[in-house]
Design a protein around this ligand. Structure first.
Ligand code: OOG
Ligand code: MG
Length: 272
């Protein structure tokens, strides 16, 4: 990744390019095929360009009747940053169409190359506005937390991308499953929760929640501050995922996955 240009906050894409790229990403997401990363065609694409494409993508889905249910922080742990070769966190939006019930069979036919990751999810009881949102603000605005598994699916060939491209692809968001046991934040130390991911009965990943920016609420504060840059806020009632604690594990039809969280119970699903 060529650093500076890509990380700048300047918009380089024209309105036409933004619409074109959002249509390209939407096609790949809804028909489940891989595309080259967008920076192959637009090498000067910046983070701001990535968010402009993501915002247009969100507008298109909402216009088509999808409902916004929340947001996600991504690339918030060292394990994820190293796995994906980027060094700045990102955010993406979550819709009703991405939610799957706990214990359900999740189709892989409509996904490109899905991977699963364990996350702590927050449900908000107050609106949050940035800039300047802090971990304390987040904890005060949280109704409860619950364990979640995110099923990410980069639409880029080989799961290879840079920050501008992955932001345009809505942070690889595809499906998510919340479950386990909802808890009030006052009852927990959110930094020290251990998590273990099992695939087909074997442990494939483990970690502790502090992996996410030292404290998962820190990731939500960062998300609120990025939303503020985009002229948005985090409304009460939102479901928010704070980012993968461990690296993401590939899944295929026939796999069953269970994520066990200390204090929060477990979340399971199978893939067909
Ligand atoms: C980007 C999505 C990152 C997380 O929790 O870190 C993400 C990717 O790795 O494809 O959802
Ligand atoms: Mg994630």
């Amino acid at each position: 990744m060529s650093g500076e240009a890509i990380q700048s906050n300047e918009l380089t894409l024209s309105r036409e390019d933004i619409v074109r790229l959002s249509e390209r990403v939407e096609g790949a997401q809804t028909r489940a095929y891989a595309i080259p990363k967008l920076t192959d065609e637009y090498p000067a694409m910046t983070i701001a360009d990535g968010y402009a494409v993501q915002t247009e993508l969100r507008r298109r889905y909402l216009a088509a009747g999808h409902r916004l249910v929340g947001w996600k922080a991504g690339l918030t742990s060292k394990a994820k940053m190293q796995q994906m070769g980027v060094n700045v966190p990102s955010i993406g939006f979550l819709t009703d169409r991405m939610a799957r019930p706990e214990n359900s069979a999740i189709s892989t036919a409509d996904l490109v190359h899905p991977r699963v990751e364990c996350e702590v999810a927050f449900v908000m009881k107050k609106d949050l506005h940035g800039p300047g949102c802090t971990r304390e603000d987040v904890l005060d605005a949280t109704d409860y937390v619950l364990p979640a598994v995110e099923i990410i699916d980069s639409r880029f060939s080989g799961f290879k991308f840079d920050l501008a491209s992955v932001i345009a692809d809505n942070g690889s968001s595809a499906r998510f499953v919340g479950g386990g046991r909802a808890r009030y934040v006052e009852e927990l130390d959110l930094r020290t929760l251990g998590v273990v991911m099992e695939k087909n009965g074997e442990m494939v990943a483990m970690g502790a929640s502090a992996a996410v920016l030292g404290h998962p609420a820190e990731a939500i504060a960062m998300l609120v501050n990025i939303l503020a840059d985009m002229g948005e806020h985090l409304p009460a009632g939102s479901f928010v995922m704070s980012g993968g604690i461990t690296e993401a594990i590939p899944v295929k039809p026939g796999d069953s996955v269970i994520a066990r969280f200390q204090e929060l119970g477990s979340v399971s699903m199978r893939f067909v």
